[in-house]
Design a protein around this ligand. Structure first.
Ligand SMILES: Cc1cc2nc3c(=O)[nH]c(=O)nc-3n(C[C@H](O)[C@H](O)[C@H](O)COP(=O)(O)OP(=O)(O)OC[C@H]3O[C@@H](n4cnc5c(N)ncnc54)[C@H](O)[C@@H]3O)c2cc1C
Length: 459
């Protein structure tokens, strides 16, 4: 049997057996069939069951709830949305773009509220995010980001510039020249959240069948080897694993994000580093890194940088990339020299997230076919999946609401290019971003190389 505890530090320490729930016993009728028991599938089930306890909701999961990115992520429950405000405002207008951002802000509180109400102890701490500017190029990006947010009506209460002293007071990393701070983020234990959510939906009468792979998704049916779930609405909540479904190879590209964690650090080390409010932290480099101070006093730190795999393949051995783990340890040591030259690491893991061709997350329901979906969150799905769940619940129940009017609803991203173009472009883009970071580190000036990749993506 699969040892699910190896999948992440978060899953490794859970105080519960990770034995799969019983699989689908045979053909079944339901009102809604949901494929995937990560945050997206479970939040959708949660809000459906909460709004209408008579609905028959069935969740089908190939492995166990939280097997995917939801049990492995960095634990930033943030208001980050992969499409920027100007990119949203261009087609939808400024007001709708800002409404989207405000809905994301509200989502962070909603996750905290539901976790508390449902007794999900997920080490929730709403300490905000500090994004450091280390070097002139990063400082310029920090200033531009704040200026852009403020030009769209957000204020210092949403995102503000920090001087070097303020930034270092929150997160005392090496070479801090300033940074930005947003209060709209909470640090969470991602696996406690997803596993607790699974129990909460079961308490509300939702049936979760684990060890049940869906082999085809079609109007009115989710097909498995054990039987068919017949339902007028079928929800695809498979994010980075979507390319494995028939006909879905080019819907999203699975991009890997990898993480490491230190052992619990002594108090005197934390006194040097800071993060006293458990702020999640990052810096303004191109190849994204992210970290949190865990409730048990570790640094959990991750980043992109793993290669994209040909034909959007997803395999367990892709979760582990020694070169990236070594780079993450190096990056941690550069940020916090107090950790010493050989940063101690107890766990290393990774997983796929989902990226749409236009980098746009979306949630929608095709009323003609009854097929619903949500995803393409890039690396920002912890919060966004809750908004997706609430939105899908309204769409499925035929309720028109502020949520169903948001600009991401019903958005259809173009498909990714066929191979080998996709493979060439993704990995060339990754190299460009990495080399832009190296150049900026050396010259202290902004590199234009990253713009090339952004243009390919249509940003
Ligand atoms: C290392 C890492 C760090 C991240 N850090 C952050 C972060 O700090 N903040 C943030 O906001 N986001 C982060 N993300 C992204 C975030 O975790 C995801 O966006 C989010 O968890 C997606 O949830 P989901 O339910 O849509 O997908 P998943 O959690 O991936 O769930 C999909 C589920 O579908 C199941 N499935 C797939 N195919 C089938 C099938 N055919 N039949 C049945 N079941 C199937 C899978 O087994 C899986 O359980 C990170 C991701 C990774 C990998």
């Amino acid at each position: 049997m699969t040892d699910y505890r190896h999948l992440s530090y978060w899953l490794s320490g859970l105080d519960e057996p990770l034995t799969p729930r019983p699989g689908l016993p045979g053909d079944t009728d339901a009102d809604v069939a949901i494929v995937g028991a990560g945050y997206t599938g479970l939040w959708t089930a949660y809000y459906l069951a909460r709004a209408d306890p008579t609905l028959r909701v069935v969740v089908l999961e190939r492995e166990i709830a939280g097997y995917g990115a939801s049990g492995r992520n960095g634990g930033w429950c943030s208001a980050l949305f992969p499409t920027s405000l100007p990119a949203l405002a261009r087609p939808h207008g400024r007001d709708r773009a800002v409404a989207m951002q405000r809905a994301m802000h509200e989502t962070v509180h909603e996750v905290g509220r539901v976790a508390a109400a449902e007794g999900i102890d997920c080490d929730w701490r709403a300490g905000g995010t500090v994004t450091l500017a280390r070097g002139e190029a990063q400082l310029q990006r920090a200033r531009a980001e704040v200026a852009q947010a403020h030009a769209h009506g957000l204020t210092d209460d949403d995102l503000r510039l920090l001087d070097a002293g303020e930034a270092a007071a929150r997160c005392n990393a090496e070479g801090v020249r300033g940074g930005t701070y947003t209060p709209h983020c909470a640090a969470v234990h991602p696996a406690k959240l997803v596993r607790g959510l699974a129990r909460a939906v079961e308490r509300r009468g939702v049936r979760i069948h684990e060890g049940t792979a869906v082999t085809a998704l079609r109007p009115g049916a989710a097909v498995t080897a054990a039987g068919v779930v017949r339902a007028p609405v079928v929800v695809r909540a498979t994010e980075g694993y979507t390319p494995g479904l028939p006909g879905r190879r080019r819907t999203v590209a699975p991009v890997y994000s990898l993480m490491v964690t230190t052992p619990p650090l002594p108090e005197q080390t934390w006194a040097r580093i800071g993060l006293a409010a458990r702020e999640t932290f990052s810096d303004h480099r191109h190849v994204i890194v992210y970290g949190q101070r865990t409730a048990d006093g570790r640094l959990a730190f991750g980043g992109r940088g793993a290669p994209y795999h040909y034909a959007s393949r997803v395999r367990p051995d892709f979760d582990r990339e020694p070169r990236v783990f070594a780079a993450l340890r190096r990056a941690l040591g550069e940020l916090f020299p107090v950790l010493g030259p050989d940063v101690p690491v107890t766990h290393a893991w990774g997983g796929p997230l989902g990226v749409a061709r236009d980098w746009a997350a979306s949630a929608g329901l095709d009323r003609r076919t009854g097929l619903a979906w949500a995803g393409g969150y890039v690396g920002d799905g912890v919060g966004t999946s809750n908004l997706a769940g609430r939105t899908l619940a309204d769409l499925i129940r035929g309720v028109e609401s502020d949520l169903t009017a948001l600009p991401w609803v019903g958005h259809r991203s173009p498909r990714w290019e066929p191979e080998p173009l996709r493979w060439l472009a993704m990995n060339a883009g990754l190299r460009l971003m990495s080399s832009a970071d190296r150049t900026e580190h050396r010259t202290h000036r902004p590199s234009r190389r990253a713009d090339l990749f952004n243009r390919f993506l249509g940003h």
